[in-house]
Design a binder for this molecule. Structure first.
Ligand code: ADP
Length: 446
């Protein structure tokens, strides 16, 4: 086991990793920016090192400062969490050069699955269902038009290196496709440093279903079943749950097995999420692979009893996954509500500032993953998520009632949050029947 791990992140995920390390008997070193200098979770780490000013570029995204902190603190490994440097192959590579274990995939495996075009190639070989579309990056306008004609409009142009919902263009006919290709390539180059653009069938209505997978350094990969994350706004997930409501279990089992095969074929170690869109006939199409621990990992933990963060650390030490696929047994239903410091009545404007009231729910089946305490100041520099409420119950209906009850207990002020919105969504009849698609929330908010 590692003796000491540096956490290259902040907020709730930094605290989540501290907790996992402490239970594994690992010392923690937490880096922080000046904007986070009063963050209470820093006191729970064995050591905290300031790496620069508030703007992420000068701190949490600054590789040389993080590596310096790691060397000063003499750590064995770095956990990147999610966001910031978690999906930068260059960072994983530099860690390796510095003989510090990166808790996540090797730069090679990250390259295989982190690039959307490459991932699709591996996915096809592993018999993971993918969208019909171009085999790789588009070489010419004519090729794009040919592909679009063979799969039928609408189609979507996507950047191979895209992320965060950026770098995508939907085209409903040949004229818009022709008009958009060059622009999409130029935009991709400017935004992601890679001008590769590919084309796939665009699904008008779909659910977002993703599969949690773990890989180790011995060629094993095990899936921890699926999560449904269809409640989204601007491609940002708001509610996640597991299992996916109403999904044919035989079908999803095949998709989960394929996702594990994909991770195995890429010789990938660590936590990975294979994301899919599912159409109304429950056909699955792979979107992309996220090569890190995700925000919504707790719902999987609640139904499987497996600690995803601890597993990510364990496999990084070189240990094999300590269980087999047949040992992964799910129980009940879990729902996560992301609590964001935003004002839903003002177009989700960020609501930074001091939190005076912070009364969190408790009781059976309730979990809060948050770094906030009363008096905490939400810095304006980062993502607006200030915590997650996760509930677990025997059935989905009971989980919804439990979430409603917990949301009523949750009191936060004077900043604005998404708590009331979640409460409303728990009463929403379309959500309750499990029949929403990824555009549902935006339609509801109109
Ligand atoms: P990113 O890496 O930017 O998040 P994704 O490939 O995961 O990009 O796609 C983000 C979102 O864009 C999806 O959740 C979905 O809402 C939409 N999208 C992407 N591809 C398609 C598609 N082929 N059909 C319909 N919607 C799509």
């Amino acid at each position: 086991m590692f003796k000491r791990v540096l956490i290259a992140n902040r907020g709730e995920i930094a605290l989540r990793i501290i907790r996992a390390c402490q239970e594994l008997g690992i010392e923690t070193v937490c880096v922080y920016s000046q904007a986070d200098r009063h963050a209470p979770y820093l006191r729970l780490a064995d050591r905290a090192i300031c790496i620069g000013p508030g703007p992420a570029r000068e701190s949490y995204l600054n590789i040389s400062r993080i590596i310096s902190a790691a060397e000063i603190a003499d750590v064995d490994a770095i956990h990147p969490g999610y966001g910031f440097l978690a999906e930068r192959a260059e960072f994983s590579e530099i860690c390796r050069e510095c003989k510090i274990e990166f808790i996540g995939p090797s730069p090679e495996a990250m390259g295989r699955l982190g690039d959307k075009v490459e991932a699709k190639r591996f996915a096809r070989a592993a018999k993971v269902p993918t969208f019909p579309g171009s085999d790789g990056a588009i070489e010419s306008e004519e090729e794009a038009v040919e592909v679009a004609e063979s799969i039928g409009y609408p189609v979507i142009l996507k950047a191979a290196a895209g992320g965060g919902g950026r770098g995508m263009r939907v085209c409903h006919n040949e004229a818009t496709l022709r008009a958009n290709i060059k622009k999409a390539q130029q935009e991709a180059l400017a935004a992601f440093g890679n001008g590769d653009v590919f084309i796939e069938k665009f699904l008008e209505s779909a659910r977002h279903v993703e599969v949690q997978v773990l890989g180790d350094k011995h060629g094993n990969a095990v899936h921890l079943w699926e999560r449904d994350c269809s409640m989204q706004r601007r491609h940002q997930k708001i509610i996640e749950e597991a299992p996916g409501p109403g999904i044919d279990r035989r079908k999803i089992e095949r998709v989960c097995e394929a996702a594990a095969r994909l991770v195995k074929s890429a010789e990938y170690s660590g936590a990975a999420t294979v994301e899919f869109l599912m159409d109304s006939k429950q056909n699955f199409y792979m979107l992309e692979v996220n090569t890190r621990v995700q925000v919504e990992h707790p719902v999987t933990e609640m139904i499987t009893g497996i600690d995803v963060v601890k597993m990510s650390i364990l496999v990084a030490t070189g240990e094999p996954i300590p269980f087999k696929q047949k040992d992964v047994i799910t129980r009940g239903h879990a729902i996560e509500c992301r609590i964001n410091a935003e004002d839903p009545s003002r177009n989700f404007m960020p609501s930074a500032g001091r939190i005076e009231t912070w009364e969190v729910p408790g009781g059976p089946g309730v979990r809060i993953d948050s770094h906030v305490v009363p008096g905490y100041f939400v810095p304006p520099n980062y993502d607006s998520m200030i915590g997650k409420l996760i509930v677990h119950a025997d059935s989905r209906a009971e989980a919804i009632e439990r979430a409603s009850r917990a949301l009523r207990e949750f009191r936060v002020g004077p900043i604005q949050t998404t708590i009331d919105l979640h409460h409303r969504l728990m009463q929403d009849s379309a959500f309750r029947t499990g029949g929403i698609d990824i555009h549902y929330l935006e339609r509801l908010l109109k």
